[in-house]
Design a protein around this ligand. Structure first.
Ligand code: G3P
Ligand code: CA
Length: 279
């Protein structure tokens, strides 16, 4: 078991920029993370995949997403190639040539457009930490999602042990574990972390019709955070978490009315695409 330095006190109310706040900036980019910091968020949320050459890359999708990406030549990705560029089958050098920030993204019309590439986790952390240092802004927390799945083992992601090892090696080397939460829908990855790094905070993502008790029994240990689709949240769900000493952090809440309602109900934070709504 590897014990990390003592965890930093967790924010009283945790305002999280989902994928760096993709309502405003190209998702999962360094520019988005810096912007979320400028808006005063406590936590930056991001997703991880593994490249064909074993690097940890920040991306929600397992392929280069044609909805908001352009080819290295600046062209649109044709419909028939929608799932062609699988990150786990490409080198990072190949992936980095795609532009994930210039193409207008109809789902997020307010998103600022800029030519930008998918970052490696290590580079993102280096740049965020350097930005915090140079601006004197408060240390942010990192909510980092391992986007593995049992169904994807060997085709779009490595096995869960390898995924965790590659990720934890970087987080350990960068020294940010006291400010990190590892979240996943893939219970295997957070179960492994709970065993090997018992004091690293973990969060279980759920989106189903099961009760909180059923979900937590299935996980088999007490996570630091229970993170449901916000539509699952009721007073009972909040009480069940708090009675067990677990924080509850719903996603992805994109209207002021829903944010205010959930806050009044007593959730411990909000994950949103629009960090400006949490200011
Ligand atoms: O943090 C929870 C949220 O990010 C899960 O949804 O699909 O945007 O990764 P997704
Ligand atoms: Ca996520």
């Amino acid at each position: 078991k590897a014990l990390v330095k003592e965890n930093a006190p967790y924010p009283k109310f945790d305002r999280e920029a989902h994928r760096g706040g993709r309502g405003l900036m190209p998702e999962n980019t360094i520019a988005a993370m810096k912007h979320a910091i400028d808006l005063g968020m406590e936590t930056i949320e991001m997703d991880l995949h593994i490249t064909g050459d074993g690097k940890v890359i920040v991306s929600h999708d397992e392929y280069v997403n044609p909805l908001f990406s352009l080819t290295p030549d600046g062209a649109e990705i044709p419909k028939e190639d929608a799932k062609k560029y699988v990150l786990y089958k490409m080198t990072y050098a190949e992936i980095a040539k795609f532009d994930v920030g210039s193409k207008p993204y109809s789902k997020f019309p307010e998103q600022k457009k800029m030519k930008v590439s998918m970052p490696l986790l290590g580079d993102l952390i280096d740049e965020v930490q350097a930005y915090l240092k140079s601006t004197g802004k408060k240390q942010v927390f990192y909510n980092i999602e391992t986007k593995s799945s049992a169904a994807g083992d060997g085709t779009v992601n490595p096995d869960a042990e390898t995924f965790v090892k590659l990720t934890m090696d970087i987080l350990t080397a960068k020294g940010i574990l006291p400010y990190t939460v590892i979240q996943s829908f893939d219970k295997r990855t957070i179960q492994i972390i709970n065993k090997k790094f018992p004091n690293v905070r973990t969060s279980w993502l759920v989106d189903n019709k099961k009760t909180t008790a059923e979900n937590l029994t299935e996980l088999g240990y007490k996570p630091y955070i229970y993170s449901p689709n916000y539509k699952m949240v009721t007073a009972e769900v909040i009480k069940e978490c708090h009675d067990r000493g677990i924080k509850i952090l719903p996603w992805t809440v994109n209207t002021k009315a829903d944010i205010d309602n959930l806050k009044a109900m007593g959730v411990d934070g909000i994950i949103t695409d629009y960090p400006n709504l949490l200011q």
